[in-house]
Design a protein around this ligand. Sequence first.
Ligand code: KIV
Ligand code: ZN
Length: 386
Amino acid sequence: MREKIHIFDTTLRDGEQSPGCSLNIQEKLKIAKRLELLRVDVIEAGFAIASPGDFASVKAIAETVKDCRVASLSRVLKKDIDAAWEAIKMAAAPRIHTFIATSDIHMQYKLKMSPDAVLQQAVDGVKYAKGFCNDVEFSAEDASRSNPEFLYRIFEAVIKAGATVINVPDTVGYTMPEEFFKLIKGIKENVSNIDKATISVHCHNDLGMAVANTIAAAKAGATQLECTINGIGERAGNAALEELVMTFHTRRDLYNYDLNIDTTQIYPTSRLVSKLTGVKVQPNKAIVGNNAFAHESGIHQHGVLANRETYEIMTPESVGLTQNKMVLGKHSGRHAFEDRLKDLGYQLPKVDIDKIFDDFKLLADKKKVVYDGDLEALVQNKNGVQ
Ligand code: KIV
Ligand code: ZN
């Protein structure tokens, strides 16, 4: 039996919280519609109380999206929960996502509250949210730096109060995969009513571990994974949706999970988010970077031309690209070079190809990439056309 994994996308909330990533209502709607095509299970549309613009965006998304659950974030405060509900109440499947911090450092310095007061406020908030909405997610902010015994207590109490999902954030990207695995396992084993709720995780990438931690948590029993497109999010970002999904897709031998995602929508969604946020995707970014399916060295190009699986563990088509890329540069070999000449419509005798290949190597030493136009110039040059 394959375990059902729910993908909770927070590009429009945590993703938008990254510096310089603000989106207007039309842009948010465009992305939400794409996320629906991608078939994420939950869209966190924003933090309704944060600003009138955020409220309007969450409301518009709730009224437009039909095939995904739509959530709004709120602190465990009545005014936040009121705003969240007001914004999402027209959704086909609404969710209130409410949170409070549970680590000693946050409780002491930020909240200035005792653990018992935090627990009481969490319970009151969940009960209040439950009065509006059947689906209530509770997050223990900074869970990975919280006392596990306190986490067990607060999760047990909020589930009793009606929480349907309990979320375990690694808010500051501090945890390591083995530790996070143990934390999730501990929650499964020590929260007596855990079978009444879904375990969710939400990992940040401060040490570059967000995806690894999320995968470790899934192994330990988390069935809702929170993530963002291109991994955007506060500071170093959140777990990248495309990396999680394609890991499960590519390593089915290790992960027997059932996901709803249409992987062919990954690339177009990534492009749209990058275009609308203005945040470029680094070229070597896994799955969606410009070089993720590009081959420059001769040995790799030769291998890929003979059989793509030599250097490609997933197909570009599976993430929505039309093809891989053979980049011609100084490391490229004769196979890719000849292939490109054929693609450009040249059928030349071997002696000409030898000459142009030598010219190409000389040019490639001077340029980072040799483009089709450069090749055409080399061919014409050889024919004596300047
Ligand atoms: O990182 C975090 O702790 C959060 C919570 C509000 C879920 O974004
Ligand atoms: Zn977060």
